[in-house]
Design a protein around this ligand. Structure first.
Ligand code: MN
Length: 714
């Protein structure tokens, strides 16, 4: 059993005394919180958090992760509030503990592979900070190591969940040793006899395998050396579960699998992989049909290597992989999963591959950097900024775009369910239809026998599917019905601004209608009822027009002020990505509501002067959110380039939400980064910082589609 003093000693290898002291304080709080509680093994409960912290210590994780590991069960088991953890430690520790507790509350019941995959994504989406996942994996690893103390039923449930959810996650974020151990432990639990037989067979087999492999390794090394190709040659080890999986999936016997010997040859450049291949085929005869060139044609997940099969010493079948160190690191770090950073262009693997390397670099940094703070700041980006995952009452997982509401959910399940939606329950509690959903929630739609479709839904539905279905339905309404609907809706929206339609005098009403570009009130109400205009926005425009006539009599339209927190109906254009400080203009469309563009945006040019479509906007003085902006960096390649860029950006207090990379010519790199900034000042601070880096050639903001394209420089 690990003790706190042994752990402290281990931690002081890489942490400051003050940091170790924080972990010790967390330990004390855990002791108090869990006093009188015991594990199934009979050990005091606190032995578990110590063990979890020790596992994290072996990855050289930071003091906040270690403190969170100590406290990971106190919210759940001892009712200690998150606020107390924040007070005694800091916000990060509190958020980490809270994040791990939230994951524990998820009830997992997977039936299909697709479901398991979505569940993995949900877990990742819920953890905004990747450290939550790392702590959770260490927790799971210790629980798996001590699983045999539990009853059989629990053992099986936990082992199955580990195989379906947690070991794949470990694989995806590149924690390969954890991944292998989790799989082997789960396999051992579910099939103890098969595990035992397989393990002893592997042991026996390995004795003879080693001799052959050693001899071939030597011969190859000599031959490659003579050919002027320094190479690193390793035998490749498979873990027990992967052998079992191969036997099952490929329906092959143990001997068939173990008879295939595996070697990995690592050389310095891709060109030398091909050269080395020639030399290998010169010594050993290649087997027909076994050659695969994943360097020229990488696998869809970015994996690169040359595979060949040869007839080795004593006629044995040998599988050989040839790759560079870089390719090997990528495969081992395993971040190589397509979800991490989406690249729209699937045929071009290069930006994807480079983006993964970036994350892999960050993971390496955690070990080698003095300041783990910088590292952590850089990984604290949302992994899934654009998607959320929610459950249907049947436990099926639905992927929705971020900001979706119950109405969007209803239409995503079925158009009819959307039309008949009367109310919803979120996690079994009645909730307004307009509330944005969060990952992990269970959504139930209550239906009415009659259609309930209302133009009011356009005030908060965000998905194209829902908005189109609603508008389509409304467009079939009779004019009189539409007007009635529209009136009710506009009255409601105006009420929240303390304006009453019938109190408006004739002149005010006239100028309001003029500014909206509509000829009569009836027409306006009809358009709202038919879903051609959105009630909330019309109300904002009317209120704005009233303020203006009160102040002055000029014909200039006074700009509407936006805060960015109006809710879902004010969108920010993705073509020009406006941020506070930019001159902006509002473009109104029935499909998307109000879209804020930069005044200079080319997409808005044709309709800029049309008052029915566009109107002036100003930024509000106080804005409490961040905005998405894109920049392009061109830089000379140098070691640690990506890591340096990432930490510069982190130092400027900015999150990176995505990154695309491209190498237009050898030695020159081009990056498109998506950043979260508060305004133009903040952005210029980031750009200034980046420009101090020696390798940087240029940094520019991306304003339009043309610039966004990754171009080849010549
Ligand atoms: Mn635990």
């Amino acid at each position: 059993m690990d003790s706190i003093s042994a752990l402290s000693k281990k931690l002081s290898d890489y942490l400051e005394p003050k940091q170790v002291e924080q972990v010790q304080r967390a330990y004390k709080l855990a002791c108090e919180a869990h006093s009188g509680q015991f594990r199934s093994s009979g050990d005091p409960y606190v032995s578990h958090p110590i063990a979890v912290a020790s596992i994290l210590g072996s990855f050289r994780m930071d003091e906040d992760s270690l403190s969170a590991a100590m406290l990971h069960d106190v919210i759940e088991d001892s009712g200690i509030p998150k606020s107390l953890i924040e007070k005694k430690f800091n916000k990060d520790v509190a958020n980490l503990v809270d994040g791990v507790s939230k994951l524990d509350q998820l009830k997992i019941s997977t039936q299909t592979e697709a479901q398991a995959e979505n569940f993995q994504k949900m877990v990742l989406a819920m953890a905004k900070d990747i450290r939550v996942i790392v702590v959770k994996l260490a927790d799971r690893l210790h629980n798996m190591r001590t699983l045999f103390y539990l009853d059989r039923e629990k053992q099986l449930r936990i082992a199955k969940e580990t195989l379906e959810i947690y070991s794949p996650i470990a694989h995806r974020i590149g924690m390969n040793s954890v991944y292998r151990e989790l799989e082997d432990l789960a396999f051992q639990t579910i099939y103890p006899t098969r595990h035992e037989r397989l393990t002893s067979a592997i042991k026996k087999n390995r004795g003879s395998q080693n001799k052959v492999i050693k001899k071939m390794q030597k011969d190859l090394e000599k031959r490659l050396h003579q050919g002027g190709l320094p190479a690193l040659i390793e035998g490749r080890e498979k873990h027990v579960y992967s052998i079992y999986r191969k036997m099952k999936e490929r329906k092959r016997s143990f001997d068939e699998i173990m008879d295939v010997f595996a070697l990995k040859i690592i050389v310095d450049t891709p060109a030398n992989c091909y050269k080395a291949l020639g030399l290998v085929h010169g010594i050993y005869k290649p087997v027909d049909g076994r050659f695969k060139d994943y360097i020229a044609l990488p696998k869809s997940n970015g994996y690169q290597s040359i595979h060949t099969g040869v007839v080795g010493i004593e006629g044995l079948s040998v599988e050989i992989q040839l790759k560079t160190q870089e390719m090997d690191d990528m495969a081992e770090n395993g971040i190589a999963s397509h979800w991490l950073y989406k690249s729209g262009n699937k045929s071009d693997t290069s930006p994807q591959v480079k983006a993964r390397r970036w994350v892999a670099n960050l993971l390496e940094m955690s070990e080698s950097y003095d300041s783990s703070k910088e590292f952590i700041e850089s990984v604290k980006t949302d992994i899934f900024p654009d998607e959320i995952y929610v459950f249907t009452p049947q436990g099926k997982i639905m992927e929705m775009s971020a900001g979706s509401t119950a109405i969007d959910f209803a239409y995503a399940v079925h158009t009819d369910i959307g039309h008949h939606c009367r109310a919803c329950r979120i996690n079994r509690k009645l909730a307004p239809l307009s509330v944005p959903l969060e990952s992990g929630q269970t959504i139930e739609i209550l239906r009415d026998p009659l259609p309930q479709t209302s133009p009011a839904w356009l005030n908060f539905a965000v998905t194209p599917r829902a908005r189109n279905s609603i508008r389509h339905y409304l467009s079939n309404l009779k004019t009189s019905e539409a007007k009635k609907f529209g009136k009710k809706l506009l009255d409601q929206s105006l009420q929240s601004m303390s304006i009453r339609l019938r109190d408006l005098d004739k002149d005010d009403l006239r100028s309001a209608l003029d500014s909206l570009g509509v000829r009569s009130l009836n027409k306006l109400l009809e358009e709202i009822g038919l879903g051609k205009r959105v009630g909330n926005i019309v109300a904002m425009q009317i209120s704005n027009s009233l303020n203006q006539t009160g102040n002055k009599k000029s014909k200039d339209v006074v700009p509407l002020e936006i805060t960015g927190s109006e809710g879902l109906i004010v969108n920010f254009a993705i073509c020009c990505k406006p941020i506070p400080g930019d001159s902006v203009i509002g473009h109104f469309t029935a499909e998307r509501g109000l879209v804020v563009h930069q005044e200079r945006c080319k997409n808005i040019l044709a309709v800029r002067e049309d008052p029915t479509q566009c109107f002036p906007l100003n930024w509000h003085q106080e804005l409490s959110r961040t905005f998405s902006v894109e920049i392009k960096i061109i830089a000379n390649d140098e070691p640690g380039l990506l890591a340096n860029i990432a930490s510069s950006i982190a130092q400027a207090g900015t999150d990176i939400s995505s990154i695309k990379t491209h190498e237009p010519e050898s030695g020159i790199y081009e990056f498109n980064l998506d950043l979260q900034v508060s305004d133009r000042l903040h952005l210029s601070k980031v750009i200034r910082r980046l420009k101090t880096l020696k390798a940087i050639i240029s940094v520019n903001r991306i304003h339009d589609q043309e610039m966004r394209k990754i171009k080849t420089l010549h």
